[in-house]
Every structure is written in C-alpha cells, then in structure tokens.
Design a protein around this ligand. Structure first.
Ligand code: HEM
Length: 487
C-alpha cells in the first residue's frame, strides 16, 4: 500500500468511528439544550426532544406515514419512559412541546383555559376575532349564541327537517352514478347544507367557489406561516381573502336590504349580525365574517369525514348494518315515510350507538393544540411557559386500557358509558365543540336514509389507511352504490 491509500483508509476509519459519536451528540444536544430551561425543583416530563431543528418530527412521520401505525408513536414512549404522568416532553411541529396522552393529563390541560390557551400557527387564517381564536368574555358571548342557533334542541329540530330534502336528492344521485368516492360526495353535500343553514347560500357556482376557497384555507391552517408563492400558507391566505370578499359583499347586501325594509334572512349569519355585547354594541362586521367562516370550516370537514367513516364501517360490518336497518325500517314504517325528526332520533338507541362508535373510531380531531401562558407544574413536572401542549386525544380512543378491543367497530360498547375522561372526540372544557349535537344529528339522519333505502360495497376493501391530516382510507372510500331491492 502506498502512503495515499494509507491515508484514505485512516480517513474512512475516522469518519466511520466519528459518525456515531456525532449522531449521539446531536441526539443529546437538543435534549440538554431544552432541559437547561428547567433548573427549578420541578423537571420536564420524561421523553426526548429529538434532533436539533427537526425535533421528533422524523419519528412522528415514520409512525404516521411510513409504518401507518400512529398509536405506536405513543406506545413506544410508554415502553421507554413509563406512563406514570401521562405526559412526555418532545419537539414537534417546529416547537418544544409537551404531549398529553392520558385521561387525567388531557383533562388537566383542556379544562384550564387561562393557563393553556388555544394555539394556531397562523391565527389570521382562522380569523383573529373568531370564536375559535378569542378568549374570555368575547369567546363566551359568541359561543352561547352559536350554541343556541345550531346546537340546542329547538334549532336541531328545525335543522333536521331542513337538511333532509337535499340529502334524499343527493343519495338518489349517488345511486344514479352507481359508483362514487364517499368522501368527495359527502363533503359536497355537507358543504351545501352548512352554506344554506349558516348563510342561506343556495347550491350553485358561488357555493362551489366558496367550497374550493375553504378547502385551500383549511390546508394551510397548520402549515408553517411562510408567505411565499407556492407554500400552503400563501395559498391559504389568498383563499381566506377571497372568501372574506364573498362575505363582505353578502354583509353589505344584507345591510342594504335592512334599509330598504326587505325581510331579513333566517340564518346564523343574521343572528351574528344582531348579537350585542354587554355594552349593547353589535359585533363588528369583521367579527361577523371571522365567525361565519370559522363555523363553515368547523361544520364542514369534520362532519363529512364522519359520514365517510359511516359508509366505510357499515360496509365492513354487515351485522351492524343489519341491526341498523331493522331499527330504522321500523321507524320509517311507523312514520309512513315522513321525514325523521330529531325527537325520533333521540329515541333510536342502536342508531345513536352507531353514530357514537363511528365518531370514536374516526378520530377526526387527533390532536388539539394549546400554549402554556405561564410555567405550570403537573404532578411534580414542569410545563414551561410558551411551550406547545399537544393534547393527543387520538390515543385515548385507541388505548386498550380505555376501550376493549379498541379497533373493532362495536356500537354495543356504548351500552355502558365510556370510562371517565376517555372520550374526548369533541374536545373538553370551555372549548368543547360548539356543533357536537349538530354533527351527531347530521350523521344520524344520513345513516337513517342510507339504511332504509340503499346498499353499497367498498370498491377497495384493502385500501391503505392514511393518517395525516386526518385518518382516511387512501381511496376516500370508493363505493358502488344502489337502491335497496335493485339488483
Ligand atoms: C364529527 C364532527 C366534529 C368533530 C369530531 C368536531 C371536533 C371538535 C373538537 C375536538 C373541538 C375542540 C377544539 C379544541 O379544543 O381545540 C371542536 C371545536 C369546535 N367545533 Fe367541532 N367538531 C365537529 C363538528 C362540528 C360542527 C358540525 C360544527 C358547527 C359549526 C363545529 C364547530 C366547532 C366550533 C365553532 C369549535 C370551537 C369551539 C370553541 O372554541 O369554543 N364542529 N370541534
């Protein structure tokens, strides 16, 4: 061997030897860096901050995207660090974070709206004055109005009858097509319904445009707020501005028609325009617009995903569908084919259990995000001020300690209530979903009409699951769809 090749061998040996050391140092660096913040008696919850800059994002994506076993992300932590406190330190979505993933830890975070405030990477997309972003009295005021307008028994009874003609027409059109993508069609139907209920917009080009704009907006909600052409945030921001312009125009039209003495519309937007604060002042125009956009966004994606999952699970579990048909056919005959009412639904035990189980398994809101407003101690551990808290609700619903055989679609498990604190599909505390009853009602009406009039099969029963941003089969639940009784 000459001198040059000797040298090369040494370099290779040094690099091979140094690499693990550099890797180890990088791995330790982030953890040591963040642990130094906590020099008080309280220490950070167990866990690891991952790599500098990337944190645990690569591991998170590994479990959620590559392995498609999202719950093993938390299972791995439980195995490694134990599950005493129900919290782990981490670095995710670009910031240091505490993961809360046990009934008591999640409740602790969600019930304290002053220590842990809602976190949005780009609040301007949500609307700085919307109920999804504001705190305190402003939050409470709009929330109670919205709840009365869309989530209380009187409102639900009117809504249940308003949505059915369109729902029936849509199901008929699915049967005429014969083959549909459940998610795409459920989204279109839900959006048309909420656009009508909340702003009296009739299906047509305007609603289609608004639909596209809100889809663009939603895609950017959790994106890094980098205003540069081509980024999700940039696109979302532009969509938001265009959606706002549509509502500004509608608002001006309504104000003008008030002056002209025309009859007011009877919808949520009108109620928001009438709402007064404690000093008797109405909401500012921008408050009305921010809230109506938030409500459309909130009421749209989540409900369509729940409907998509109902199509999926009822196709996968024919015995459940059979029992559902029996209950719904009976009520349909008793009512002589009149529309079903919210009162009828409240009496349909099996149907309600199917709705509950669908929403549990759908895990639509997998995580909720909060920021600590001060240093908070929990069971001897410190949650530092400014850190993000990721409330990992998904894990509550898939942990075998909380639900027996959790991945089995079993509506009968709802014969008994869930263990305390293990059911947070609609969140918890002061920010509990403002449309939870409306969502359940819409899913119940949907499965009622499916069960009494239609049959369907999955085109790709083995379609892969995707988990980000929401759990969904990769094909969006493609089905063949026809009327019951037809070959
Ligand atoms: C199956 C369907 C739905 C699911 C799974 C769902 C889930 C959730 C969750 C988990 C939260 C809490 C967010 C947090 O704490 O950060 C929430 C809040 C909210 N949801 Fe829903 N939701 C659904 C349907 C709806 C519907 C139909 C509406 C109707 C407008 C709606 C409107 C809202 C609003 C306005 C908030 C914010 C409440 C506040 O901050 O006070 N959601 N939802």
């Amino acid at each position: 061997m000459d001198r040059d090749s000797d040298m090369q061998v040494w370099v290779v040996v040094w690099i091979a030897g140094a690499l693990p050391l550099v890797g180890w140092l990088l791995w330790r660096l982030n953890d040591v860096w963040y642990s130094r913040l906590c020099l008080s008696a309280a220490k950070l919850p167990p866990g690891h901050m991952g790599l500098p800059f990337f944190g645990e994002m690569p591991t998170f994506l590994w479990y959620f995207k590559a392995l498609r076993r999202p719950d093993d992300f938390i299972n791995a932590k439980r195995r490694k660090y134990g599950d005493g406190v129900g919290m782990y330190r981490s670095h995710l979505f670009g910031s240091p974070a505490i993961i809360a993933c046990s009934p008591s830890a999640n409740k602790f975070v969600l019930q304290s709206s002053s220590d842990f405030i809602i976190y949005w990477p780009s609040v301007e997309l949500v609307g700085t004055r919307s109920l999804g972003a504001v705190e305190g009295a402003a939050h409470w005021r709009v929330r109670s109005l919205v709840s009365t307008a869309i989530n209380q028994p009187r409102a639900l009874s009117i809504i249940s009858l308003t949505v059915q003609p369109r729902l029936l027409a849509v199901l008929k059109s699915w049967a005429q097509k014969g083959r549909i993508v459940g998610y795409t069609e459920a989204k279109k139907m839900t959006f048309e319904n909420v656009a009508k209920l909340f702003a009296s917009f009739e299906p047509g080009p305007l609603v289609d445009t608004l639909d596209e704009l809100l889809v663009g907006l939603i895609r950017g909600l959790r994106a890094y707020p980098f205003y540069f052409p081509g980024t999700a945030y940039h696109h979302a921001f532009r969509c938001r501005k265009k959606a706002e312009a549509i509502f500004w125009e509608e608002l001006e039209r309504r104000k003008k028609s008030r002056v002209d003495g025309s009859k007011n519309k009877n919808d949520l937007m009108e109620e928001l325009m009438k709402l007064k604060n404690e000093e008797g002042k109405p909401l500012m125009d921008m408050e009305v617009i921010d809230n109506i956009i938030t409500l459309l966004v909130g009421g749209y994606f989540s409900t369509s995903l729940a409907m998509m999952w109902a199509l999926y699970y009822l196709a996968e579990y024919p015995d459940v569908l059979q029992k559902l048909r029996e209950e719904n056919m009976q009520i349909s005959q008793e009512k002589n084919d009149e529309f079903i009412t919210s009162d009828d639904i409240s009496k349909m035990k099996y149907t309600n259990k199917v709705v509950e189980e669908t929403i549990r398994m759908a895990n639509i809101a997998q995580f909720l995000f909060r920021t600590a407003t001060r240093d908070v101690d929990y069971k001897g551990y410190r949650i530092p001020k400014g850190w993000k808290i990721i409330v990992w609700n998904r894990y509550l619903h898939t942990d075998p300690e909380n639900y027996d055989d959790p991945m089995r679609f079993n509506p009968d498990r709802w014969d008994a209530p869930a263990k305390p604190g293990t059911h947070m599909v609609f969140g918890w505390g002061s920010r509990l979903c403002a449309g939870n009853m409306l969502a359940k009602l819409q899913v119940a009406i949907f499965i009622h009409h499916l069960a009494v009039g239609y049959k369907w099969e999955l085109v790709n029963p083995n379609a892969q699951m995707t988990y980000l941003p929401h759990p969904k089969p990769a094909d969006g639940v493609e089905i063949t769809f026809s009327r019951l009784g037809k070959a």
